[in-house]
Design a protein around this ligand. Sequence first.
Ligand code: CAA
Length: 379
Amino acid sequence: MNFEYTEEQKAVQAAARDFARNELFPGVIERDTHQKFPAEQIKKMGELGFMGMMVDPQYSGGGMDTISYVLAMEEISKIDASASVCMSVNNSLVCWGLEEFGTAEQKEKYLKPLAAGSIIGAFCLSEPEAGSDATSQRTTAEDKGDHYILNGTKNWITNGNSASVYIVIAQTHPEKRHKGINALIVEKGMPGFVVGKKEDKMGIRGSDTHSLMFTDVKIPKTSRIGEEGFGFTFAMTTLNGGRIGIAAQALGIACGAYELALKYARERKAFGKLLCEHQAIQFKLSEMATKIDAARLLVHKAAYLKDYNKDFVKAAAMAKLFASQIAQEVTTEAVQIHGGYGYVKEFHVERLMRDAKITQIYEGTTEIQKLVISRELIK
Ligand code: CAA
């Protein structure tokens, strides 16, 4: 086994760290307070190659491996999880799905600008009545010969208003259940497509989360991804990879909070000595650091398996399950170490604690990860 990163991976990690510190850190509290999407920063992330990291260079991507991607995700998430969720969805759900399953025309038209970061994509699976129970799609794509007519509502869509391209999952043949579902590429501005209200969220408040409404939107069949009825398998397969990105995000949130807590414990005095000289704090730091290292091993194992074209479904679900759990625990302890300061915005850890929660919910809740893992164990 080799735990060393390659020179290229180290360079990507350093570039992401610098970008996060220099470009994302200033204004992160303000964006969180006012729910402001980091549009300028995301544009720069595109220019630096962070929005299509693993895409083949022939489609304007970075041609990097998944390890580089999770290293970058971790660094960006340490500072701004609102920016990293946008990055994760664009990389893992939209670009990967299009590269793996899209037609040559779809790759030319959509993947190239998405991978270059000149436009952003969104992945639209969740509905008011289909969250974890994703097969219960109510959005319909009625087959009209050479096109579909799309009707329905999608909820909690990341990049909901800032995206230009949306991959929408919809039911065409309800009698076939999940085998009747399609994945369609929808462009912003198509007649009948309306971006609904922005969600006022607990965490990742800088990210752009909206409901979407489709009323008789005409989608040409050339915009379907894969064969007729492939949509649910498309969503599940894409989410398997997406979960590695969200696991890396959870890891980054935990690590960001831990680093702040460690710094604080080295500077702040109580009862005549530094916090880090108190055993109560030392034990907390030890547990936080151990959990972070364990989570990183799981994240990197999942990324490694994906890079080597091995089955990574269980590993990705385990990485997301564990990293999101420790993100909760570590960020809560980071607030605790900061005491009263931890409870105010200026010290960042309260935001990281709020941001951590969503990693146990999106791209499959903790309970769905356990379901995926157990199905893999007993199959
Ligand atoms: N990988 C590949 N295929 C999978 C899969 C996986 N992890 N899990 C299920 N499938 C396939 C099954 O093999 C089956 O296909 P076949 O019939 O062809 O064999 C099909 O999907 C249906 O599976 P089940 O019969 O097991 O259906 P189920 O209803 O019992 O379970 C589920 C399905 C696993 C619970 C699924 O609904 C699920 O994953 N739910 C969670 C949805 C989710 O993660 N949503 C996240 C929203 S996107 C998001 O959050 C993005 C963002 O903005 C950040």
